[in-house]
Design a protein around this ligand. Structure first.
Ligand code: PLP
Length: 439
């Protein structure tokens, strides 16, 4: 019997004993292609020599120094590196240990900003019903993933949620993409009017939705409209790029493709590529300057923030991506992945949608393609696909859930940025077999 409480208390997962490149090996010697990067984490694959070397070097120098006493050269260098690649206006970096921590810090920083500039009446956070921002209480409250929130609702602070932007499910047939984008964005305007815009701190959204609905990109000028609404009402825009950021969609930050810059941006997963737990908030000059001119202190902090080993991993991963031009490969292989998924599933009776950007792709499973009728919850299709994929030596990230009363099963693919065409073919072939076996 295992002493660990695993995610499932019923089954124990296979024991991973080694990993190299795009594969993880279990204790029986079976190899699994990591086609989801775990959960969009392992952007460089496993065992990358440049990262291992950087970690060994950092361990020799200094493994830990509390940020209440010291900064470290490696954390400062990572800060510089992240701001070099950040959209203009994001000028400072707050380092934490993961995605949920980054979201918590961003929410608190947004609130403190308004306290510092003498607008303490701003107290509301608005998120979307189609979103996941983490499992800690503040992040869970901001998110709209009901499956994850439901039983904890009494512990969650009051937050407000608006419509998703999810064209496959919610764009009407008589509506153009632009009309739909305008309608989805209007939902924010309506919520602000309802709450009183002067009482709202921030709107938080994933630029490309990850775990809740499976690689759902925004449509049309949705985010430009959102940015304009936030600006008009003095509300901060927080983009959560914990999953879709750091190159996953083909640009370093997914918001580059939307032509907007948020006031705060959260990143994690691909930042450290899984070599160490790390996350960060990219902070606009406006917010940092207000805190500096006010109390001069951000009322927050974690023991492991700015951890030198995590910073070393983050810096090595980001430098490697840059030096090897891996974002070009994300775009090229992303196009190949899209093409292969379309060839395999484009006419599949049980695949309703194929979507995503770069190496962040998903298929949505349906009972009936023509009517988009979803599978019933009882079928647990996403879980069956995961099982069948694992049996075939393939890791994919499946998820089922309900948004605005509409059920969905989807399978997310987020392979490492180092994949080649042969890898992509193997991934799609095994996934095709797993889907056929599961449905
Ligand atoms: N935000 C988004 C968009 C995520 O996808 C996740 C995790 O899946 C989180 C936040 C939480 O990150 P973590 O699991 O590192 O706490």
């Amino acid at each position: 019997m295992t002493r660990l409480m695993h995610r499932s208390l019923i089954t124990t997962p296979p024991v991973a004993v080694a990993a190299r490149g795009i594969e993880i090996i279990d204790a029986q010697g079976k190899a699994y292609i990591d086609a989801s990067g775990g959960a969009a984490v392992s952007c460089l694959g496993h065992g990358h020599p440049a990262v291992l070397e950087a970690l060994h070097k950092q361990l020799d120098q200094i493994a830990y120094a509390h940020t209440g006493f010291f900064t470290t050269e490696i954390a400062e260098r990572l800060g510089e590196r992240l701001i070099e690649g950040a959209p203009e206006g994001l000028e400072h970096v707050y380092l934490v240990s993961g995605g949920s921590e980054a979201v918590e810090a961003a929410l608190k920083m947004a609130r403190q900003y308004f306290v510092e500039i003498d607008q303490p009446q701003r107290r509301h956070i608005i998120g979307r019903r189609q979103s996941y921002h983490g499992n800690t209480l503040g992040a869970l409250a901001a998110g709209g993933n009901e499956w994850r929130r439901e039983q904890f609702r009494p512990l969650l602070t009051e937050t407000h949620h608006i419509d998703p932007c999810f064209s496959y499910r919610f764009q009407r047939e008589d509506e153009s993409e632009e009309d739909y984008a305008a309608r989805a964005a209007r939902s924010l305007e309506e919520k602000l009017t309802e709450l009183g815009p002067e009482t709202v701190i921030a709107f938080v959204a994933e630029t490309v939705v990850g775990a809740t609905a499976g690689a759902v990109p925004p449509v049309g000028d949705y985010f430009r409209r959102i940015r304009e609404i936030c600006d008009r009402h003095g509300v901060l825009l927080i983009l959560d790029e914990v999953m879709c950021g750091m190159g996953r969609t083909g640009t370093l930050h997914a918001c580059e493709q939307e032509g907007i810059v948020p006031d705060l941006m959260t990143i994690a997963k691909g930042l450290g590529g899984g070599y160490q737990p790390i996350g960060a908030v990219l902070v606009s000059g406006k917010i940092r300057d207000a805190l500096r001119a006010g109390s001069g202190f951000f009322q927050h902090g974690h023991t492991y923030m700015g951890h030198p080993m995590a910073a070393a991993a983050g810096l090595a991963v980001q430098e490697t991506i840059r030096q090897h031009g891996l974002l070009d490969n994300v775009r090229a292989m992303g196009a190949v992945l899209e093409e292969r998924l379309t060839a395999r599933f484009g006419n599949h009776h049980h695949v309703g949608d194929i979507r995503g950007r770069g190496l962040f792709r998903a298929i949505e499973l349906v009972e009936d393609r023509a009517s988009k009728r979803p599978f019933s919850t009882e079928r647990k299709i996403h879980a069956a696909i995961k099982r069948e994929a694992m049996a075939r030596g393939l890791m994919v990230y499946p998820m089922g859930g309900t948004i605005d009363g509409v059920r969905g099963d989807h399978v997310l693919l987020a392979p490492p940025f180092i994949v080649n065409e042969i890898d992509v073919d193997r991934i799609v072939s095994r996934l095709g077999d797993a889907v056929d076996a599961a449905v």
